[in-house]
Design a protein around this ligand. Sequence first.
Ligand code: GAR
Length: 223
Amino acid sequence: MMSSDAMEPRIVVLASGSGSNLQALIENTQSVGFPGRIVAVGCNRPGAFALERAEQAGIETFLVDHQQYSSREDFDRQLRQTIDRYSPDLLVLAGFMRILTPDFVRAFHCRMLNIHPSLLPKYRGLNTHQRALDDGEPLHGVTVHFVTEELDGGPLIAQAEVSVDPQDTAASLAEKVRAKEHLLYPIVVRWFCEGRLKLAGNQVRFDDLPLREALRLPVDLNS
Ligand code: GAR
């Protein structure tokens, strides 16, 4: 149990777009008793709404515009230097749509989380909702995982499911999944901040026990 603000885990969130997951994280971390604090929000796209959300919440922001860098390595180096200024205990990717270099990933090993809109290992990459529909999946959902060098391939932590209904479109499915994301991500971030969630080697440990498979959370808007 952390005893003072100074001891609270420091969280940096990276986002690229609308930042609805960021908003859910802001609301949770700013509620009384949350065991961690967002110290900065970073973005790679000028004008992204995520930046505005952070500013409105009184959180420091930074922009590292990927278009200003001639290589992925240069961009990642600058991003890493900027993040390091905030000495984060946890780096949270919340719709951060950049592939990160191995050096960057190694620098934040064991302390970087990502949220991905599918039941990984199914549907890594983009257009997950349409691909799930095209395959006639009865279930779809969201996964939170530790980030490793393998794109969308890091050790799984937790998942939440949605049913795929006959009338679903990619847009309606995205909306259902997004609602689950907003509930699931703050829960996992809280676990990390409480010290309940760790990555040891390539093994997720939860409450000091190895996690054999992703936790399936029945996060429900109505509960
Ligand atoms: C979310 O659906 C998130 O799962 C996805 O981007 C969206 C961001 O929405 N992330 C990825 O696809 C990462 N591979 P938001 O900006 O409203 O939070």
